[in-house]
Design a protein around this ligand. Structure first.
Ligand code: ZN
Length: 147
């Protein structure tokens, strides 16, 4: 039985303190808002998708350390990837945080620091918020670029 401190590993604390890509994007092609009422986490995600590639990504919002760190790590992980790759990454991440705690999960590098939420069902929503918001953003019809 691990305690809550395991949940706040160094990598999570670091991303919470210094979130990556924590800003709005002026010419985003996709945006979506995410809200986790269980914890009060809110975020707005911005994507710039061109030719099926996530060229740039940013987010704004406020929430617990888990939700913010997860959003920060996600933006790092998806920048420069194709929409198809990001879709596969979403599936892998979703599987990681929903697999029962006693079962082994795939090593996802830094993202694996969030695997600990499996022990705390309420926290799974915090860790998944950014990813579900990403899914919502990508499912939208892109805004016409003014360039
Ligand atoms: Zn939260």
């Amino acid at each position: 039985m691990s305690d809550l401190s395991d949940l706040y590993q160094e990598v999570i604390l670091d991303h919470n303190r210094r979130p990556r890509n924590f800003h709005a994007l002026e010419n985003a092609s996709h945006t979506a808002d995410g809200h986790n009422p269980l914890c009060g986490d809110r975020l707005r995600l911005y994507l710039k998708v061109e030719d099926g590639i996530i060229r740039d990504v940013g987010f704004e919002g406020a929430g617990c350390a888990i939700s913010k760190a997860s959003a920060s790590m996600m933006t790092d992980a998806i920048k420069g990837r194709t929409v198809t790759e990001v879709d596969a990454l979403f599936q892998r991440f979703h599987q990681m945080v929903t697999t029962p705690p006693e079962c082994p999960v795939e090593d996802m590098g830094k993202l694996s620091s969030l695997a600990g939420v499996r022990e705390f069902p309420v926290r799974v929503k915090c860790a998944s918020l950014a990813w579900h918001t990403l899914k919502a953003a990508m499912s939208q019809t892109p805004r016409v670029s003014t360039e």
